[in-house]
Design a protein around this ligand. Structure first.
Ligand code: FAD
Length: 279
């Protein structure tokens, strides 16, 4: 099973050192790549670059996330050139969660498909481009069907593959890939998987990004709010079962939203029999 692992950029040197240690622990999974998020509106531009550079120097395959931001097309271009110089061959290309008013005023590009097209025009086939997909529908989408059509627009613009928003209801993913396939979208649609390690954070994130936490899971998590060990152990159990079901669907890989923590991802992968792993 191929895995990729997502990090967010720490904003201090100590955090970067720690992240490098986390990446080294996770290297036992032989991930296809580590990806590094890009703060909405370019807020982490320098930190993302520094994190990518650090992981590259440590010898890992890395895919920066990239979105257009308050800067000009020239700034996006300059960042892409720096990534080319670093030897980067893959980017996760997104719109980002920029507030509507800023989006309207700051840049010609409004949707991720435009950024995909921009990258293809400037760099042809240099980069493998991953884009975001939403089995449970993007929260701002006009409809599930419209959202799927906009995913198609990103693929038509030159994206090679998609990574999904996380979900805990595997039926949503299965239905989504069937709909993609009926639409002739034959690129890999890699499921994004979020380990469960923190009740408040998960509930907050899920509300924002439109990921549904099934009631039976939510109720159990509520029960463990003040008992971190039980919450984490239940989280590993639930997410292992989800990954087993994904494996049975012969998914092209799994993208873990690691939140810069190795323990839960390693425990899940150990349960999946992926490798003999040290703690
Ligand atoms: P788009 O594909 O542009 O879609 C955004 C919305 O607009 C959708 O509702 C879509 O239906 C609609 N739409 C798309 N095209 C059009 C069009 N031409 N006309 C009208 N409507 C259209 N956010 C970050 O800020 N930084 C990150 O690093 C980051 N990494 C992510 C990684 C993954 C794998 C995923 C799934 C999400 C990530 N996000 C990140 C969140 C993402 O930026 C948000 O979900 C954002 O709101 C949408 O981004 P998108 O690339 O899907 O946008």
């Amino acid at each position: 099973m191929l895995v990729s692992i997502e990090f967010f950029p720490p904003d201090v040197d100590k955090g970067l050192l720690k992240l490098r240690q986390v990446a080294t622990k996770m290297a036992v999974l032989q991930p296809e790549y580590f990806s590094v998020t890009y703060g909405a509106g370019g807020s982490t531009k320098n930190d993302t670059y520094r994190t990518v550079e650090t992981l590259i120097q440590a010898g890992f395959e890395v895919a920066p996330h990239l979105s257009f931001d308050a800067g000009s097309e020239q700034e996006v271009e300059a960042l892409l050139d720096r990534y080319v110089a670093l030897g980067i061959r893959r980017v996760v290309t997104l719109r980002g969660d920029v507030p509507e008013d800023r989006l309207a005023s700051c840049n010609k590009m409004r949707h991720a498909s435009e950024l995909v097209r921009f990258i293809r025009q400037r760099h042809q086939d240099h980069f493998r481009i991953e884009v975001a997909a939403y089995p449970e529908t993007h929260p701002a989408a006009a409809s599930a069907e419209a959202d799927l059509q906009w995913l198609k627009a990103k693929i038509d613009a030159g994206a090679n593959a998609a990574i999904t928003q996380y979900f805990y209801n595997c039926d949503a993913y299965e239905d989504f890939i069937n709909r993609c396939s009926r639409l002739g979208l034959n690129v890999p649609i890699v499921p994004g998987v979020m380990p469960i390690t923190n009740y408040a954070r998960l509930v907050g994130f899920s509300k924002k990004c439109g990921a549904e936490i099934p009631r039976w899971i939510l109720k159990r998590l509520e029960q463990y709010q003040d008992d971190t060990a039980s919450l984490r152990s239940f989280g590993v159990e639930v997410v292992t079962a989800l990954c087993e079901r994904l494996q049975s669907l012969a998914v092209p890989g799994i993208h873990f939203y690691s939140m810069n923590q190795s323990k839960a991802v390693l425990a899940i992968c150990r349960n999946l029999g992926m490798a003999r792993l040290a703690d």
